[in-house]
Design a protein around this ligand. Structure first.
Ligand code: PMP
Length: 410
């Protein structure tokens, strides 16, 4: 994209100048976790050196400063994802905890035995297991939207599986296996017209696309700081304010209460009702800095850069002998390419690529049902970030050709 200076961006990420056995690091495991720019590392360090204290209860200066940094982070996140108010932002540990929070509160309170939660066959385990556990606790049923050979959801099947008992659609926005950008606006409209709510697992969407939860119209949106150039241990649940008001609390303890007797208690206002105990202030500070960084780079520019790279990668990788590429291709595929090589186990691919300095993931990507449907035990996955270059993709391709040759002669 014009005005997008990938080399200048790379210079902001200290880890990208590491070398691996004399070779430059080619980090293509961004769907697992992204790297952090110096300013995120520095923001967390400066918090620890100058402002650290517990939040929300102290009257001393440090506590006031820590509280204001924590609440400022909430406002930054709200603005970044287009939420109407910072009261709609609950800090969690990660996307996984955000989904579990909804399953343990909203779903416990408002779903009845026999009600249906619709998921897809391409869910990350973090948006599958919480619903399986709920199904066991409450007798709720699960129904699954299938995907086709290109990793695209089959929307026509919504009509087939829909009944008036469907109360929630909980869906991955961008698939961590295929990179598919699911048509979530259409699905939200479909579900809302029939009186169901929608949770989007945005863990892979936030780092790749401009997000406005208001434009998407979803009711819940879950994501993780560490996949968007921020730290680990901090994640977000966005939920519409009226839902947060109506939902019972999740974990009990300090911070989440208003008034407590030995017998009973009343709850703090939202979102604090859902943040029991001392929160990860340092993580929130780092996440806020990541958000400022992304806002300055511009998510439209990031998306354009990654679309171009994904198209380039899909074209270049085709030339690797005996490769199978999964996914729908651009414009429906965001920065994630899963692949297999005939007769080479994905773990061997990842290990041999590591010798070339290339970091990719191999495995089931926490999506075992999707692997089963593809008929493979695992895939290898290259996933891009805002700092990925064409040269890195060229290194991936030439290294894959070496892997093939190694196995041919083995
Ligand atoms: N959903 C998707 C689509 C993901 O890719 C991931 C992380 N691989 C998660 C959820 C879970 O994220 P976390 O482990 O940070 O909770």
């Amino acid at each position: 994209a014009r005005g997008y200076h990938v080399e200048a961006l790379r210079a902001e990420f200290p880890i990208l100048s590491r070398r691996m056995g004399g070779r430059p690091l080619v980090y293509l495991d961004n769907a697992a976790t992204t790297q952090r720019p110096s300013r995120v590392i520095e923001a967390m360090r400066s918090y620890a050196r100058e402002h650290h204290a517990n939040v929300h209860r102290g009257l001393h200066t440090l506590s006031v400063e820590a509280t204001s940094l924590y609440e400022e982070a909430r406002r930054e996140v709200a603005r970044f994802i287009g939420a109407g108010s910072e009261r709609e932002i609950v800090f969690t540990r990660n996307a996984t905890e955000a989904v579990n929070l909804v399953a343990h509160t909203w779903a416990e309170a408002f779903l009845e035995p026999g009600d249906v939660v619709v998921l897809s066959e391409m869910e990350h385990h973090s948006n599958l297991i919480p619903w399986q556990l709920l199904a066991r606790r409450k007798g709720v049923r699960l129904a699954f939207l299938p995907f086709d050979e290109n990793g695209m959801l089959d929307l026509a099947s919504l009509d087939e599986l829909w009944t008036e008992r469907v109360k929630l659609v909980s869906l991955v926005h961008v698939s961590n296996v295929f990179g598919t950008v699911n048509p979530v606006e259409e699905i939200v409209e479909y579900a809302h017209r029939r009186g169901a709510l929608v949770l989007l697992d945005g863990a892979q969407a936030v780092p790749h696309l401009p997000i406005s939860v208001e434009a998407l119209g979803c009711d819940f949106f879950a994501f993780s700081g560490h996949k968007m150039y921020g730290p680990m241990g901090i994640g977000v649940l966005y939920a519409r304010e009226e839902l947060l008001e109506a939902m019972p609390p999740f974990l009990g303890g300090g911070e989440m209460i208003r008034s407590v007797t030995l017998e009973t208690a009343t709850w703090n206002e939202v979102p604090h009702k859902f943040e029991a105990g001392t929160p990860n202030v340092e993580g929130a500070v780092g996440l806020a800095e990541a958000v400022r960084f992304l806002r300055e780079v511009g998510m439209e520019a990031v998306a354009a850069h990654e679309q171009e790279l994904t198209a380039y990668a899909l074209e270049a990788m085709k030339w690797v002998p005996d490769i199978t590429l999964y996914g729908p291709g651009v414009p429906h595929q965001a920065g994630i390419v899963s692949f297999t090589l005939k007769e080479v186990h994905p773990h061997d691919i990842a290990q041999l690529l590591d010798r070339e300095g290339v970091a990719v993931r191999a495995g089931h990507h926490c999506a075992q049902p999707a692997m089963r449907k593809l008929g493979v035990p695992a895939t290898a996955r290259a996933s891009f970030g805002l700092y990925t270059t064409r040269e890195e993709i060229d290194i991936l391709v030439s290294s894959l050709i070496k892997v093939q040759e190694f196995f041919r002669h083995a």
